[in-house]
Design a protein around this ligand. Structure first.
Ligand SMILES: Nc1ncnc2c1ncn2[C@@H]1O[C@H](COP(=O)(O)OP(=O)(O)O)[C@@H](O)[C@H]1O
Ligand SMILES: [Mg+2]
Length: 183
């Protein structure tokens, strides 16, 4: 995959399919630590131990439309290609956490990509889910919590076009301030 944001989108769709109503997406970039860390954590249906052991294998999926599930194996691959690590933990009835790290200056490390568009498309299609996004860089931290947005907007849905275009600009501006996703 060309950009890590596409991996994030894919992994977050797993959380949505798992029935989560709260999804946390965290990105941490550290130039001093030469490290990028990404975590997606949900409160969806979870997976049992046996399934979890097989889930990084590209031939495991519960979907019937396509025989091969690739979201998890591809994310694992992009981390390992970039000198990083990958872990996934899950508990039935509680949820799942997917963690990937990347050596920042590794030649095969994909760019982070467009997190503004990624977040807007996730929020647009899933107004009922609470998304909490935390993006940390050496310059600072940006946190977006859709519960706080709902509280500010009252009855206006986040899926309203005017809200979405404001949100897109707001996220981009805040990421710009901390130079998030630039590397
Ligand atoms: N967050 C999650 N919660 C519960 N089950 C999950 C989660 N992520 C993945 N799974 C299970 O692992 C399978 C493989 O996921 P993935 O590699 O993304 O392939 P795909 O989504 O195409 O099936 C999914 O079909 C699903 O059964
Ligand atoms: Mg998937």
């Amino acid at each position: 995959m060309k950009e890590l944001s596409l991996n994030i989108l894919d992994i977050t769709y797993n959380s949505i399919k798992a029935g989560a109503d709260r999804i946390e997406i965290g990105i941490s970039e550290s130039t001093t630590g030469n490290l990028i860390e990404i975590e997606i954590r949900d409160n969806g249906c979870g997976m049992d131990d046996e399934f979890l052991r097989r889930v990084t294998d590209p031939f495991v999926t519960t979907r019937t439309t396509r025989k091969v599930g690739l979201g998890i194996p591809l994310f694992k691959q992009s981390a390992e290609d970039a000198g990083g690590t990958f872990t996934i933990t899950s508990k039935v009835g509680e949820g799942t956490a997917v963690y990937a790290s990347f050596q920042l200056d590794h030649l095969d490390r994909a760019p982070i990509g467009d997190m503004g568009s990624t977040l807007v498309s996730l929020i647009q299609a899933n107004d009922q889910i609470r998304f909490i996004y935390r993006h940390k860089t050496d310059q600072g931290t940006f946190v977006l919590d859709t519960d706080e947005l709902h509280a500010q907007l009252g009855d206006v849905p986040l899926s309203e076009p005017a809200v979405l275009s404001w949100l897109h600009a707001y996220i981009n501006e805040n990421l710009e301030n901390i130079q998030g996703g630039k590397i």
